[in-house]
Ligand binder design. Structure first.
Ligand SMILES: C[S@@+](CC[C@H](N)C(=O)[O-])C[C@H]1O[C@@H](n2cnc3c(N)ncnc32)[C@H](O)[C@@H]1O
Length: 294
């Protein structure tokens, strides 16, 4: 009787889509350090195939499926076999290796295991998606657009603004590739050259960016009944690493104060673990709904 396969083969497109949709998934790269340094999937962890046996304890083991990546899909199949024999289940072997990867790539060793330009949306957004009224959304300081793209793939019409033209270009390209176009705009939300239009949006999201004068613009930019999703570093981050500038750190209870006359749907203020080898981060977040009559 044929043995059922103990891992699945996955295409680059499918892996990219899973990550962009925020499916919990670890990416293990089994190439050499030189190959990894040159280009790799953002957020992937490097353990070269020949070191896998001695470093098997470093394989991401948080219970989420693991996608294994190499250059052309040969070493990754051996790694899957090795891991499956040691009882690791939920394995995906990237068919064709990094050559077949359609998404963004990172370079350098300092990015090993770190989400330098993450592909996956923030969990706070995914977990609270059901609170958001459908329609037109704005992602402020969207970076490479992971959260904007997530909203677009889930049916929102999305504008995204960022001051960095390269980031906006990459966000637009990624959104097109995933079949969920966004309107990416290059704009500076701090110097008055980009201003959120009044009562325009059903949802405004801001992640990992703080410019306090924006709070008023966000309040004004939402339609009555619209929702804000704001999450960034809090003062607890001072003990954990950058950023340390108080201008970039939310004070305890600050978001609740800013939106205290709105319906508060969710708040968080916690130290968030970020997986093996990565320091935790201190974040605060809120989801609040503007009153229908305002
Ligand atoms: C840490 S990144 C966060 C990106 C994205 N929100 C995310 O969580 O993936 C901060 C972003 O803010 C953008 N940014 C900084 N100053 C800005 C400004 N004055 N106006 C618009 N965007 C700005 C940067 O270009 C960068 O993409």
């Amino acid at each position: 009787m044929a043995r059922s396969p103990r891992w699945q083969v996955i295409d680059g497109e499918d892996l990219y889509r899973k990550l962009a949709m925020g499916e919990p998934l670890a990416v293990l790269d089994v190439r050499t350090e030189t190959e990894f340094e040159e280009r790799h999937i953002p957020g992937s962890v490097l353990i070269p195939l020949q070191e896998l046996e001695s470093r098997v304890r470093e394989v991401p083991n948080s219970g989420v499926p693991i996608a294994v990546v190499c250059e052309y899909g040969i070493r990754s199949a051996s790694a899957c076999q090795f891991l499956a024999e040691r009882g690791v289940d939920q394995l995906f072997d990237l068919r064709g290796g990094i050559e077949a990867w359609p998404g963004p790539v990172a370079a350098g060793m300092e990015a090993n295991g770190r989400q330098v330009h993450p592909i996956s949306p923030e969990r706070f957004l995914i977990e609270n998606f059901h609170f958001l009224p459908k329609g037109l959304a704005l992602d402020v300081a969207m970076g490479e657009g992971r959260n904007a793209i997530y909203l677009a793939t889930r049916g929102f019409d999305v504008d995204g603004v960022d001051v960095d033209p390269d980031a906006v270009r990459r966000a637009r390209a990624a959104a097109r590739k995933l079949g969920a176009p966004i309107r990416g705009v290059v704009g500076n939300v701090e110097d008055g050259t980009y201003i959120i239009p009044l009562e325009t949006y059903d949802v405004i999201v801001v992640f990992n960016f703080l410019h306090r004068p924006l709070f008023t613009d966000i309040r004004d930019g939402l339609k009555p009944g619209g929702a804000v999703v704001y999450q960034t570093f809090s003062t607890g981050q001072r003990e954990l690493g950058p950023p340390a500038d108080p201008a970039h750190l939310l004070r305890p209870g600050e978001l609740e104060q800013v939106f205290d006359d709105w319906e508060i749907l969710r708040v968080r203020d916690e130290i968030e673990p970020r997986g093996p080898g990565r320091p935790p981060r201190a974040v605060a977040g809120i989801i609040a709904r503007k009153p229908a009559e305002f």
